[in-house]
Ligand binder design. Sequence first.
Ligand SMILES: [Zn+2]
Ligand SMILES: [Zn+2]
Length: 286
Amino acid sequence: MYDVLFAPSRGKYVGKKPKVECLLCAIRDKNPEVWTRRIYDDDKVMVIMNIFPYSPGHVQVIPNRHVEDLNGLSDNELEYTLDFVQRTTDFVKKIMRADGFNIGINLGKSGASIKHIHVQIVPRYEKIPNMGQEEIHKIYLENAALLKNKIEIEETKKDCECLNKKNYVLKKNPFVYLYEKPYNRGHVVVSPENHVNDINQLSASELLRLFKEVINAKNAIENIYHPVGFNIGMNIGNIPNAPEHLQLHVVPRYDPETGFMEVIGDTRVVVESLEQSYEKIKTKYV
Ligand SMILES: [Zn+2]
Ligand SMILES: [Zn+2]
């Protein structure tokens, strides 16, 4: 059965349009009409709390420049943003004592209500802490100096046994393959060759290379399937659905895509077999 995360505060938000052209640009520019719970900012990124959180401590890392697709970020911007995703995840883990994280980006028509790219960092807990937004913000601010220091990454070289068993492999180094239980046709996974289960075990250059492959995969799937959007994300830590070997999912979204089989039958209908998808993608994947 699928996992349900009750997030009642989001009910106030869903369907509401901000009055400014871009809410995140307005927050970046410190527009007094837009209220936010800011944690950190500099000339390249900002870290803010999600006002309507999925879970206590939910934050987002946002590149300052208004970019709507990952292709629009320069290597420097991407590397800087990823560095802050690592720092922020480490920060939230320490302060909120999170057991794990869902980290993701929605692009296009895929559940995103704000086009300006933002990386959602959703802490997950075995026991959800009973803390209000104001209290969490106060503790985040008291400790915000921790975000200024680059975290020490323990670069581990761990030989991997599991990737050799994967089918429908599109590329090695980084590893790209079709996900065996796809949400949609064209659902691919990017994994580092190194057997790690957390982004905070990857050096800056490894993480950059991994994400550039995610962008490459997204572009390839876009050219083949013309989806209306993408969900890009990963599950890490001690939570359900977190794999032993880090997986970055690239999931194309189509419109419309759910019917009674999904909603009531709890069964995802994918209109193409893995063999068919593999045939379509493999010759075009570089
Ligand atoms: Zn913007
Ligand atoms: Zn492995």
